[in-house]
Design a binder for this molecule. Structure first.
Ligand code: ZN
Ligand code: FE
Length: 273
């Protein structure tokens, strides 16, 4: 008798799932580690030690390093990693960091452990900032551009650039998981609740995140849908957010308020919050 044909749900031979885990670094950074079948990619390795320990403990091989922007807490571990592993380093085309093998522009794709990531240029926090989005994995690695319930500071770009970048990330499918590079969520939630105290999704999110942190767990990844519902920087067109911005800086906004102006007021308010 011939055996029944393999179920359509069964994974193809040799296809292992992609595992994604945070590697805590410094005070509040997350280096994201992707592993499939013993091969590894890391995103924004600001330091090498913890990654090298994990690679050694599991006998994993580091293939790929993805960089979102040039800040040292995101690139500082690259030289030690490539000394120990023959990994290819991908990063922004216009990065001042020089140890990049493949320089990426808007719309470029990168094959990582059998998954394709699309490159989005998302300037604002820095001018070289990019994000890596995979539709297949429903995941985006967005560095210091979009944070859980917040966004990065404007070190190099303008409010208009950052607002546009956040608008693009916010336009990804709602189920996209948001892998940002810092655990800033509780402080971001305090600010978000000052902006929108009546937002019940936000109140619920604070409860959930306080509980996660009490248990020592990360609050990330979140999802684009949750960010759209709770992140004030993605909600510059919401009347309650506009009213709060106007109340904070009565002289700064015209009528009707333009979303970039609202974003600028919120970012300045958060910088001093
Ligand atoms: Zn940064
Ligand atoms: Fe950072």
């Amino acid at each position: 008798m011939t055996p029944p044909s393999a179920s359509q749900d069964a994974p193809a031979a040799g296809a292992a799932a992609l595992h994604i885990q945070p590697v805590p670094a410094f005070r509040d950074n997350y280096i994201w580690l992707l592993e499939r079948g013993g091969r590894v990619a890391v995103v924004d390795p600001g330091e090498a030690v913890a990654v090298l320990q994990l690679l050694a403990a599991h006998q994993w091989r580091l293939d790929t390093i993805l960089l979102t922007h040039h800040h040292n807490d995101h690139v500082g571990g690259v030289s030690d990693l490539v000394r120990a592993h023959p990994a290819r380093v991908f990063g922004p085309a216009n990065s001042p960091f020089d140890a990049i093998d493949v320089r990426l522009r808007e719309g470029d794709t990168v094959a990582v452990l059998g998954t394709t990531f699309s490159v989005m240029t998302v300037p604002g926090h820095t001018l070289d900032h990019i994000a890596y989005w995979s539709a297949e994995q429903a995941a985006v690695f967005c560095g210091d551009t979009l944070f859980a319930c917040g966004c990065g500071r404007l070190f190099e770009g303008s409010a208009a650039q950052m607002a546009a970048s956040l608008g693009r990330l916010g336009g990804l499918p709602g189920d996209t998981r948001v892998y940002c590079a810092h655990e800033y969520t509780l402080s971001n939630l305090r600010f978000a609740l000052a902006v929108e105290p009546g937002n019940t999704d936000l109140q619920q999110r604070r409860e959930d995140c306080v509980e996660l942190r009490e248990r020592g767990l990360p609050t990330v990844p979140s999802t684009i849908a949750l960010e759209r519902a709770t992140n004030p920087f993605l909600r510059c067109e919401v009347p309650a957010v506009q009213a709060a911005a106007r109340n904070h800086r009565p002289d700064a906004l015209g009528t009707p308020a333009d979303p970039v102006g609202v974003f600028g007021v919120l970012r300045g308010w958060k910088d001093r919050y």
